[in-house]
Write a protein that binds this ligand. Structure first.
Ligand code: ADP
Ligand code: MG
Length: 262
């Protein structure tokens, strides 16, 4: 069987500041296949952003292992990791970080340039992605000429342009109104499914998890439960009523008992 798109094994992150330490992520193990779109939810401070930063190869775990396409991030030098990240991982954050003096199309093409792939095929892909995201009329506009939702969609196009295995989005809709938020998430989910990527979106808005195949609920740094969006999400407030999806649906069992992630 092909390696999982993503596999994490007992991933932990401890921050030390001053005299105190915080275990921000505490023993997270799960795997994700291509074609799966997962929502990561949980209270503020539960470790979602820290986990995502480690999955994006932007932050090293204190312990544990992360493999993408079967390749263990822990075995890579910082330089190899940067290169791997540019090719295999796409991300969108709450602040979309578009370059203010580049147009929508140029912002997406910028990522191609970093990989030396700004050829005709790449540029065509950039245009196609923006069109798919409903931005046909806005290709040559600067970020400040676009609405918040349009800017966020440019950021999503940018996160997909290098055809990554893993697409990560940390509260991509936090600055949007409800209608725009639904549109952005629906499009992101559709692209993950159609293009057979593995996607993880952090959100605090439980109404948006309908577009996800699974919901991972984090609490105090660990995976508290994995549920289906079809289940009654009120269980997140009242765990006793929660119907659990078997952990192995997300390859949880495999990740816990597997010999090695690489
Ligand atoms: P979430 O995204 O779920 O709100 P975070 O990953 O941002 O959670 O934070 C998890 C915990 O780690 C919190 O207690 C937070 O205060 C702490 N934390 C996050 N980043 C840092 C940091 N750079 N230095 C020290 N503590 C941090
Ligand atoms: Mg966060």
């Amino acid at each position: 069987m092909a390696a999982a798109a993503l596999e994490t094994k007992s991933v932990t992150k401890t921050y030390s500041t001053g005299g105190s330490t915080v275990k921000a992520v505490d023993g997270v193990s799960f795997s994700l296949q291509r074609g799966e779109f997962v929502a990561l939810v949980g209270p503020s401070g539960s470790g979602k952003t820290t986990l995502l930063a480690m999955l994006a190869a932007l932050l090293n775990p204190t312990s544990g292992a992360i493999a993408i396409d079967g390749q263990d991030l822990g075995t890579m030098s910082e330089k190899q990791k940067a290169r791997f990240r540019r090719r295999r991982i796409g991300f969108t954050f709450q602040a979309n970080n578009l370059v203010s003096y580049l147009t929508a199309l140029q912002n997406v093409e910028l990522l191609l340039r970093l990989n030396n792939e700004r050829d005709a095929a790449g540029r065509e892909r950039a245009r196609e992605l923006l069109v798919l995201l409903g931005l046909e009329e806005h290709l040559h506009k600067l970020p400040r000429q676009l609405s918040g939702g349009q800017q966020q969609r440019v950021a999503i196009a940018r996160s997909l342009i290098n055809q990554p295995t893993l697409v990560l989005a940390d509260e991509p809709t936090a600055s949007l109104d409800t209608e725009r938020a639904f549109q952005v998430v629906e499009t992101l989910a559709a692209l993950v499914h159609e293009q057979n990527r593995a996607g993880i979106m952090v959100t605090h808005d439980l109404r948006l998890v309908d577009y996800a195949d699974r919901v991972i609920h984090m609490l105090d740094g660990h995976v508290d439960r994995i549920i289906s969006p079809k289940d009654d999400l009120s269980c997140l407030a009242d765990p006793d009523t929660c119907r659990m999806v078997p952990m192995d649906v997300l390859g949880f069992e495999e990740a816990q008992t597997g010999e090695s992630v690489s």
